[in-house]
Design a binder for this molecule. Structure first.
Ligand code: M6R
Length: 607
């Protein structure tokens, strides 16, 4: 997730307005920033690493000539946060400048093809291919918009882009596919942006560009075309009625809820990571003598789930270890034949980094999964995968959990192909199912939200909860517990359900809320037994079941139905969603701010 902004003004300099617009988009990314303007037949660019105010203090971003400009605030996906990778990106001639929010999935192939045509690349950023593709198409096309349209037909992935050209100084061409783009209209000028808060102080008249649409904005107005056919399309101008704060949260009352609802897109973005990284990691994992997975908090739960998947699909044993215990617990076993896979959203968690540094000192191979390119974890890992979730503002991890898990599941499948645990056919079948998971997540969000709200109001005053699951669902249960604990301040327990009779059962009494993660998988028969044990002690059973599972529904005081047909190892991706919502709504019912739970920080950089 990055932020893009552009404006075409009828008088005055564009650069200060672009900078102001970017400031309001910094919640979308803030590791580097850049602005390009057009003036006197030339494109002028300033860009660097750092937050907008830091870069502005250093470069004076306002000091760029021209009343047409585009800008970008970055959350790195391809290419570390370095000056050369910051946007805008230019072509070989320096006449085309592009800003982009999204991921060019086929950039390796496109770059190779363009290099064969003697294009010279300066960055490692996927976006640069778009600038060179436009340069090529301009040789054939009659207009900038036609060149952009033709170039984008080569691109696989997601994008919202804005393009300026030295020889077309009066316009911006923009387009979208799966990344947001909105156009603002005013008498002073026209704007294009990733999100409306960036121009709400300038205008409240907007056009929301749709997927596969390309638009040209100039002082003559806005023209929208179909990206595939090139035909002009009529559009509707909407009058916006939103406060600036509500607009930043896209109308959601809290970032946490917004981020829960962003999960289908976050999972899709995670699936866009290039195959190359998995091909590098999989042999290391498949051939290692010992594999440890290490992380903290929610990332640790992703590791617990991944350890089941690596065993079931990958055919290897990978032990999940809480990072703060890593050295004392498994330290003596770590050597040159060990692979440590560290998972950290921030890439800066001190306990995780300490485990990683220790592993490196023992000669182990360190692999990383993180959301922050350029973080310490990316620097300490031999190979790392960026999960592409964009910034997560709520302190409670939600979309970053499902994105991490998406990456880890794909990795487990790759390992399975390597070890022979999965045949090519079953690997392909599962890959297809994994690609469908974002749609399952969207369906669950659509169907369970209201019902979870009701459940939350029913149970919001309870003093304690327990979450139980078997197999991979025990990781889902642990994550459900952590969410409720950290944002609603309710002491909660979580167990692999079979363990509940070895102690927990002593505290169960009438009405004790016990949440069962009970998909229709290999654990179902046994979990029914555990549900009966709790029912016999008059616990209030809340179960997450597969749609139409009448048997478990009848034993439950309340239940939530999940779609049919989710492979067992993928269930945490979907079953965790109602648990995130439950925690969110209970927190709100109890009068807390779920975005900023007390005593917690988004990134814990002390040991
Ligand atoms: O940035 P990391 O993934 O390394 O963070 C790990 C934990 O601090 C984090 O997951 C924390 O537990 C969250 N508050 C969970 O919602």
């Amino acid at each position: 997730m990055c932020g893009i902004f552009g404006c075409v003004l009828n008088e005055g300099d564009a650069a200060p307005l672009v900078r102001e617009g970017l400031k309001r988009l910094e919640y979308r990314g803030y590791d580097s920033v850049g602005v390009a303007t057009v003036w006197d037949g030339k494109v002028f660019v300033k860009k660097d690493v750092g937050k907008l105010d830091e870069v502005h203090a250093k470069l004076n971003l306002d000091d760029l000539p021209g009343c047409v400009g585009i800008g970008h605030t970055r959350w790195a996906t391809h290419g570390a946060p370095e000056q050369v990778n910051a946007h805008p990106h230019t072509d070989c001639t320096g006449e085309v400048a592009v800003v982009h929010n999204g991921i060019v999935e086929n950039f390796v192939e496109l770059k190779r093809m363009l290099e064969q045509k003697r294009h010279v690349f300066r960055s490692r950023c996927d976006t640069e291919v778009i600038a060179h593709l436009i340069e090529d198409e301009l040789k054939k096309a009659g207009s900038l918009i036609e060149a952009v349209r033709r170039a984008l037909r080569e691109v696989k992935g997601s994008y919202a882009i804005a393009v300026v050209h030295a020889k077309h100084p009066d316009r911006i061409v923009c387009a979208r596919l799966e990344s947001p783009l909105v156009i603002g209209l005013s008498s002073r000028g026209m704007y294009c942006s990733s999100d409306i808060p960036s121009f709400l102080h300038l205008t409240r008249r907007a056009v929301f560009l749709q997927d596969y649409q390309v638009a040209e904005i100039s002082l003559n107005g806005v023209r929208v075309y179909d990206l595939i056919t090139g035909k002009e399309i009529p559009y509707e101008v909407q009058q916006l009625d939103l406060s600036e704060e509500a607009a930043e949260k896209s109308g959601y009352p809290h970032f946490m809820l917004k981020e829960i609802f962003e999960q289908p897109q976050a999972m899709k973005n995670a699936l866009r990571t290039h195959e190359l990284y998995y091909d590098l990691m999989a042999p290391a994992l498949a051939n290692a003598k010992r594999v440890f997975l290490t992380a903290c908090g929610t990332s640790y739960h992703a590791c617990v789930a991944a350890s089941y998947a690596l065993s079931e699909l990958g055919g290897i044993t990978a032990q999940p270890v809480i990072a703060s215990e890593f050295i004392n617990y498994v330290g003596p076993a770590v050597d040159e034949e060990t692979v440590v896979l560290a998972v950290s959203q921030s890439g800066e968690t001190a306990d995780t980094l300490s485990a990683v540094r220790f592993a490196r000192s023992k000669g182990a191979t360190v692999l990383g999964v993180t959301n922050v390119m350029g973080s310490s974890l990316t620097r300490l890992s031999t190979v790392y995968i960026g999960q592409n979730s964009g910034p997560e503002i709520g302190v409670a991890a939600t979309k970053t959990f499902t994105a991490q898990l998406t990456v880890l599941l794909r990795l487990a499948m790759k390992v399975g192909l390597r070890t022979g645990t999965l045949s090519q056919e079953s690997y392909e079948g599962l890959s297809e199912r994994l690609l469908a998971m974002p749609d399952y997540a969207a369906k669950v969000l659509e169907t369970v939200d209201e019902r979870v709200k009701l459940l939350a109001s029913k149970y919001a005053d309870r003093q304690s909860f327990c979450f139980l699951g078997r197999g991979i669902s025990s990781a889902t249960a642990m994550e459900g517990r952590l969410k409720l604990l950290e944002i609603a301040y309710i002491p909660c327990l979580a167990y692999p359900a079979g363990e509940s009779k070895h102690g927990f059962i002593a505290v169960v009494e009438k009405g004790y809320p016990t949440v069962f993660v009970a998909p229709n998988d290999s654990t179902r028969t046994k979990i029914i037994g555990n549900i009966m044990e709790m029912k016999a002690r008059e616990a209030s059973v809340i179960s997450l079941i597969e749609e139409g599972d009448r048997e478990i529904a009848e034993f439950s005081d309340d239940y939530l139905e999940m779609p049919k047909g989710i492979p067992e190892m993928f269930t945490p991706l979907i079953y965790v969603i109602p648990l995130q919502l439950l925690a969110y709504y209970i927190s709100v019912y109890r009068g807390y701010d779920p975005d900023k739970p007390r005593n917690l920080a988004k990134s814990v950089t002390v040991q």
